[in-house]
Design a protein around this ligand. Structure first.
Ligand code: PLP
Length: 400
């Protein structure tokens, strides 16, 4: 049994007189000392603005930022570091692409998304459809929480100009067959974007092998700070995509009449970047690179299987979603109780979960639920956490 919990100082906290059990990692992960110290060291030793490096600190800060880019490139298997763009997170990465595709789409083109998407992979496409007259099509989901692949095949056509889906659903934990979906979408000539927010820790990632045009994720879901994220894009796509925002750093030459832009990635990085966040992301990747990730993910999977087995024994427990491949999320309700009340009852027992629609309102509407209780795991969770979750859910049922 690998136990990395000691690396995460916040997980040593007590809540309600007992060790805090943190099962809300799909919302954000906790941070290891390695990341906290890297961010603190950056501000203590090297803080300066980047790129126009006329002095020592500026040179150090620039090196740290660019080292982080190289670490990300290695971690996701991008073939060129110019394919790695720093953003604020998954949401900004998706908006950057959706806005950039405005001139590419015409009226009656189609954008294909899925019923499993997070709002951040719905609304930017909806806005793009409104601006261009394109149509938003949605691949349906079956009662287990798996994508309906025959519906996908039916809705995919030469009119599909963009296909996007999440790698792993944050609401149900479904691991989508992204390689198969991307291959099919590419065959009809669609641009593909994968929302990897929930996948970067739990699935081995090789964006080059996956062959998607874009892959978006957030640092804070993989032990790095909030406010830093990544858009991976194939270089050829990035070269033709117009910039997202105008400002410093993204230009080559500016006159009052017109401006010329830098090459990727800088064309998409207007303004001072979140340097400390990038340093933290680099530190998180260094930390992850030292871990036996495959073993930790297998261990996490065993914990989830064990939690599911035990939770299903509790009278009134109803699992929401039985996908054929599940990642680190268990969504459930207790018969006769509102999910928010269950969340409060678990919190009173020192167990942190999330309740509500999980930014997937259309999916909840499809399931006919106001929301669910979601216990989400990360590589630092232990058998003790499962034991406490099961005990807390069992006790919650006595209050219903
Ligand atoms: N996509 C999925 C699947 C998510 O789970 C999340 C966050 O929970 C996001 C997108 C948005 O991420 P962020 O808020 O970090 O931009």
């Amino acid at each position: 049994m690998f136990d990395i919990q000691a690396d995460f100082p916040i997980l040593q906290r007590q809540h309600q007189g007992e060790p805090l059990v943190y099962l809300d990692s799909a919302a954000t992960t906790q941070k290891p000392d390695a990341v906290i110290n890297a961010v603190s060291d950056y501000y203590r030793r090297s803080n300066a603005n980047v790129h126009r490096a006329a002095h020592k600190l500026a040179e150090e800060a620039t090196t740290l930022l660019e080292d982080a880019r190289t670490l990300v490139q290695g971690y996701i298997g991008a073939s060129d570091r110019r394919e790695v763009i720093f953003t604020r997170g998954t949401t900004e990465s998706i908006n950057l692409v959706a806005q950039g595709l405005q001139a590419y789409l015409k009226a009656d083109d189609e954008i294909l998304i899925t019923a499993l998407e997070h709002h951040s992979n719905i609304v930017p496409w909806q806005m793009l459809a409104q601006r261009t007259g394109a149509h938003l099509k949605v691949v349906s989901v079956d009662s287990n929480g798996d994508l309906d692949l025959s519906d996908f095949q039916e809705k995919l056509s030469s009119r599909t100009k963009v296909f996007t889906c999440n790698h792993i659903s944050n609401a149900l934990g479904t691991i989508n067959p992204v390689a198969e979906l991307v291959r099919a979408a590419r065959e009809v000539g669609a641009i593909t974007l994968i929302d990897g927010a929930q996948a970067v820790l739990h699935e081995p990632l090789d964006v080059t092998a996956l062959d998607c045009d874009f892959y978006a994720f957030s640092g804070h879901k993989m032990y790095a700070p909030t406010g830093i994220g990544i858009l991976y894009g194939k270089l050829a796509r990035l070269e033709t995509l117009p910039p997202y925002q105008g400002g410093g750093e993204m230009i080559e030459h500016v006159t009052f009449e017109t401006s010329t832009y830098q090459q990727p990635p800088y064309k998409f990085e207007a303004g001072t970047p979140n340097i400390a966040g990038a340093v933290g992301l680099g530190a998180a990747i260094r930390y992850l690179n030292e871990l036996p990730l495959a073993e930790l993910v297998a261990q996490e999977q065993n914990l989830i299987d064990s939690a599911l087995r035990q939770l299903k024994q509790i009278p009134g427990f109803r699992l929401v979603g039985e996908p054929s491949k599940r990642s680190a999320v268990i969504s459930f309700i207790l018969e006769g109780a509102h999910p928010n009340d269950i969340g409060t009852l678990l919190d009173q027992q020192g167990v942190a979960v999330r309740t509500g629609h999980h930014c997937a309102m259309p999916l909840m509407a499809h399931l006919g639920l106001p929301g669910t209780v979601r216990a989400s795991f990360s590589l630092y969770n232990t058998a003790y956490d499962v034991e406490r979750l099961v005990k807390a859910v069992d006790k919650a049922t006595t209050f219903i």
